[in-house]
Design a protein around this ligand. Structure first.
Ligand code: AHR
Length: 334
């Protein structure tokens, strides 16, 4: 009995000492040069990520890319789906600040209204990375970098294809536009780029333009309204594949043949969109890549380590015609 008590005491002391050393070590790992605090239970870099929602096939692929890349990079990911609401994103970011995560990343649902919460993150010493969508804050020091597509370019490439393919048209070419989420960077920029490009040909006229919120249901519903209101629609420009796919249903139900009676141009190039293009129902897609996860994790490690990163990193993208879609489809990852 006496021997047992004597042998237990030193073991407890060793365990207590180990716990103190481990906790110290973990805190040291979590605290970087940036003085961000945090650090996962096992010393991993902790990222708080606020996602826009789950509105489209693109978004699902983007979420998967981020989750997979975090696991591969050994980064502990705290993930929040904001269901397309800015107030939910602001709440999530404030939670991450309270939890003292090492890095905050987010894809802002709309462009405006972020300065206050971004300032709170900056004051707490937590670096912020914007991914996919940008904010319109004048103070660029509120975030470290913006990783994502050039949405104006995607709109412009779509418009340029239409200009090229309308050369032989006689008379007005009536275009309807399905915009993305009102106030979002991709909706604002794609509209701008497309309008700039089609200005080259006065025959090309946007006769109606409305938001379908980047969803299939939204695309279908707004296209139904367009078809009722406008007897002559020659072209649909949809700001993403999902709205275009929703519109296909409305067009078919109205007794028209998508891709023939109405030329359809979309953006994204997710698998379902590429299938519609290969099947001749869409006519052109400007790609927007959702595979941002690996670059995002790399950037998170760098900013956490206090390394300089470029303020803007643009995603590499291409465009697809029907023939190119047929070739690309078998190897399409998303
Ligand atoms: O921000 C990227 C856009 O958001 C994608 O084009 C669209 O599909 C998504 O919902």
């Amino acid at each position: 009995m006496r021997n047992m008590r004597m042998s237990l005491a030193p073991r407890r002391a060793v365990a207590a000492l180990a716990a103190v050393l481990l906790a110290g070590g973990m805190a040291a790992c979590g605290n970087s040069d940036t003085g961000t605090g945090g650090g996962g239970d096992d010393g991993k870099l902790v990222m708080g990520f606020s996602q826009v929602g789950a509105e489209s096939g693109w978004r699902t692929a983007n979420t998967n890319s981020i989750k997979e890349a975090a696991a591969e990079a050994g980064i502990e990911l705290k993930f929040d789906d904001a269901q397309q609401k800015q107030e939910n994103q602001i709440k999530a970011i404030r939670n991450y600040i309270q939890q003292k995560v090492d890095v905050i990343a987010f894809s802002p649902v709309v462009e405006s209204g972020w300065d206050t919460v971004l300032k709170e993150a900056k004051d707490a010493g937590i670096p912020v990375i914007l991914t996919d969508r940008a904010v319109d804050s004048a103070d660029k020091s509120l975030y470290k970098t913006f990783l994502g597509s050039d949405f104006v370019k995607e709109g412009r490439l779509s418009g340029e294809w239409l200009v090229e393919n309308s050369k032989d048209a006689t008379g007005d070419v009536n275009i309807v536009e399905l915009q993305g989420t009102t106030g979002s960077a991709p909706a604002n920029d794609r509209k701008k780029g497309f309008a700039e490009a089609i200005a080259a040909d006065p025959k090309l006229k946007v006769i109606a333009s409305q938001s379908g919120d980047f969803t299939r249901a939204g695309g279908k519903q707004v296209m139904e309204q367009f078809l009722k209101a406008h007897p002559k629609i020659d072209v649909l420009f949809a700001h993403n594949d999902d709205m275009g796919l929703g519109a296909l249903e409305a067009i078919t139900a109205a007794g028209k043949e998508p891709g023939k009676d109405i030329t359809i141009i979309t953006i994204d190039a997710v698998k379902d969109g590429m299938q519609a293009l290969a099947d001749g129902k869409f006519n052109f897609i400007a790609e927007c890549s959702p595979l941002l996860g690996p670059q995002l994790m790399d950037l998170a490690k760098k900013v956490h380590a206090g390394e300089e990163v470029p303020p803007r990193i643009e995603t590499e993208e291409t465009t697809f015609t029907q023939e190119q879609a047929k070739e690309a489809l078998p190897n399409r990852k998303y």
